[in-house]
Each structure stands twice: as structure tokens, then as C-alpha cells.
Ligand binder design. Structure first.
Ligand SMILES: Nc1ncnc2c1ncn2[C@@H]1O[C@H](COP(=O)(O)OP(=O)(O)OP(=O)(O)O)[C@@H](O)[C@H]1O
Length: 321
């Protein structure tokens, strides 16, 4: 049973089916019962279009693990929303997800051709994925100090530049209350040529001395003041760097599949384990030989609670290379 509610889920499944020469049955919007029987993974060109503002980042999320095990490089042309709700913004995928999955040996390049927003979509990215022989395990257990905080607050289309300024100012002010020692640069931007439709949003990224990357983000909605959007993103970031975990609440579920596929033991320290992460672990254990454990760690000196997600990976090997 797999809930398929939205167009992006459907185009994601179709993309994966295309990538693995699969046979897909029961895939339709609203369907709850889908079966996919994979065949040989096909490298080369693949296109997926959510037809809406459905996220191109979620398309990449499902396609990347497959394309890594092809016999040569894949070009994925993904169309839809680049900065969409309930999904990583493309800036998150490139600035937070990418450097962390590169530690596993994942390698991809992304040409951001057009940004697209709710409700129109119309965004497009061209992602080139280099295949791997196998993935290596990753240990991320030391958070270190936060050394850099930066970001972008954007408006596109008919929306006034002032909204970008207001998001940025409110976000900086909120972070400053807690973090005084760092210069925080959140650039206010008016998207021009490379944007389809109207939209506004913000992403703020924090980097640590040990190579951890975290983000807080939010998108503008009708009737919501721009400063509220900025504050929402800032509070999300602060929530994710207050604990001593090495990934934020979103990256947590996104790295599970790479831990499961890697050859050897990965260990990642996190904040509270999300339901999405628990689901990703459950599915990864069903589909591979990987074994996960979660251990709670209480720091006696502070009231800080973290968790170590540990995985003995299945050591998937690309037999084509
Ligand atoms: N603000 C965000 N920043 C980064 N990643 C995000 C953000 N919001 C969601 N994600 C990621 O997007 C993916 C999908 O999340 P989400 O659960 O919201 O969508 P869904 O699975 O399509 O919906 P549902 O949970 O309602 O079934 C997850 O990997 C999640 O971590």
C-alpha cells in the first residue's frame, strides 16, 4: 500500500519506473495501491513534469538513488516547482542535501534553468548524475560550533522587492536575539529572467566547524505578512541548531536511504527523530538488508537530548561498473 495523492508523487513514481525499465501498475492520482516491478536501470536522458508546482526536489529525491546505480551518467530534466511547500526548496537541495550526500560518495550537478512557484510551477532543473560503484558509510556525530549563517530572501514576478527586504530583516533580527557573535547575511533578491510566475520565500543556512549544514525556510502565502515568513524560517533554523544534532529535521529522513545502501556502518547524531525518518527506516529495512538502531543520548551537563541513528548498510554494488 502506498498513498498516491498528489501529482508529484505520481510523476516521481513514473520517473523511477522509467529509470529502472519498470512495470508500474495502479499509479493514478488518488490511488492507494501501486506496484512497481523494476527491470534494468537505464542511464541517459529522463524527463519528469509534475505539471503543477509539485516539487522538482522531490522528483530528484526519488530518482537519485536509482540513477547512482546505472551503467553511465544520467541527465534528469525535472519540471515543476523549485521552491514549493512541503518539500525542500532547490536551494536546500543544493546547499544542504548535496554537500552531505557527497560524503557518501554521491555525485550530481544541477543546472537551475528556471525557478517555479505555487500554483503555476513552470520551474526546470537539469540534473546530471554520475554513477557509483558503491557508497561509503558516513559518521556525523560531532556538531562543532556554528561558524557561518547566510541565506536568501526572494521575490519573483509581480511581488514588490520590499517583501524580500522585510523577510530578511525580520529573520536576521530573530536570529540575533540568540546568536550575537556571527555576522548574518541574508541577501534580499528580486528574481528576474530565470523565474516563472510570482512567489516569495526565504532560506537560511547554518554551517558548523565540523561540516554539518542546517536550514530553516519558509514560503510566502496570501495574507501572511513578509516579516512572519522571515520569522518562521529563522525559528525553524534556531530550533534545528539548538540541539547538538548534526542534521536538521528534514535532512534526517533524506539521508536514511544512503545509510541503507552504503557499505559499512554509518552513524548520525540527530535531534528528535521524526515520523518521516521512522518511515524511511522502516521502508529501507523492508527493501534492503540494512539494519538500523536508534539510541537516545542525554547530556548530563545540559538538558540537551540527541539521538544516534546507526546503520549497518546493505553495501549495494553497481554491477555495471
Ligand atoms: N522546509 C523543508 N526543508 C527541507 N526539506 C523539507 C522541507 N519540508 C519538507 N521537506 C522534505 O520533503 C520531503 C517530503 O516531505 P512531506 O512529508 O512534507 O511531503 P509528502 O511526503 O509529500 O507529504 P505527506 O507527509 O503529507 O505525505 C521529506 O523528505 C522532507 O524532509
Amino acid at each position: 500500500m502506498f498513498p498516491v495523492f498528489r501529482p508529484q508523487h505520481l510523476s516521481g513514481l513514473q520517473l523511477v519506473s522509467d529509470l529502472c525499465s519498470g512495470s508500474l501498475q495502479g499509479a493514478a492520482i488518488g490511488s492507494t495501491d501501486v506496484s512497481l516491478s523494476p527491470g534494468k536501470i537505464r542511464a541517459g536522458n529522463h524527463t519528469a513534469d509534475t505539471q503543477t508546482a509539485g516539487s522538482v526536489c522531490l522528483l530528484l529525491q526519488v530518482a537519485l538513488p536509482c540513477a547512482l546505480f546505472a551503467d553511465s551518467s544520467s541527465q534528469l530534466c525535472l519540471k515543476g516547482g523549485t521552491n514549493a511547500e512541503m518539500a525542500p526548496q532547490i536551494d536546500y537541495t543544493l546547499k544542504v542535501f548535496k554537500p552531505v550526500v557527497e560524503k557518501f560518495g554521491v555525485s550530481f550537478d544541477c543546472d537551475l534553468r528556471m525557478r517555479g512557484y505555487y500554483p503555476k510551477g513552470g520551474g526546470e532543473v537539469l540534473v546530471t548524475v554520475t554513477p557509483v560503484k558503491e557508497l561509503q558509510p558516513v559518521t556525523m556525530t560531532e556538531r562543532g560550533n556554528i561558524t557561518k549563517i547566510y541565506g536568501r530572501a526572494f521575490v519573483a514576478g509581480v511581488l514588490p522587492y520590499k517583501l524580500a527586504k522585510d523577510m530578511s530583516t525580520a529573520a536576521v533580527r530573530t536570529i540575533r536575539r540568540e546568536i550575537k557573535e556571527l555576522y548574518i547575511n541574508i541577501q534580499a533578491l528580486q528574481e528576474k529572467e530565470m523565474a516563472c510566475g510570482s512567489g516569495n520565500g526565504i532560506i537560511i543556512i547554518a554551517e558548523s566547524s565540523t561540516g554539518c549544514v542546517f536550514a530553516g525556510s519558509a514560503l510566502g502565502k496570501k495574507g501572511v505578512y513578509a516579516d512572519k515568513v522571515g520569522i518562521e524560517a529563522a525559528e525553524m533554523l534556531l530550533r534545528n541548531i539548538r540541539h547538538n544534532g548534526c542534521v536538521d529535521e528534514f535532512l534526517q529522513d533524506q539521508v536514511i536511504i544512503y545509510m541503507a545502501l552504503a557499505k559499512g556502518r554509518s552513524r548520525i547524531r540527530t535531534g528528535a527523530v521524526t515520523l518521516h525518518t521512522q518511515t524511511a527506516i522502516h521502508v529501507a529495512e523492508q527493501l534492503t538488508q540494512a539494519k538500523f538502531t536508534i539510541t537516545k543520548c542525554e547530556d548530563e551537563l545540559s538538558s540537551n537530548v540527541t539521538f544516534i541513528i546507526e546503520c549497518e548498510g546493505s553495501g549495494a554494488t553497481n554491477t555495471h561498473l
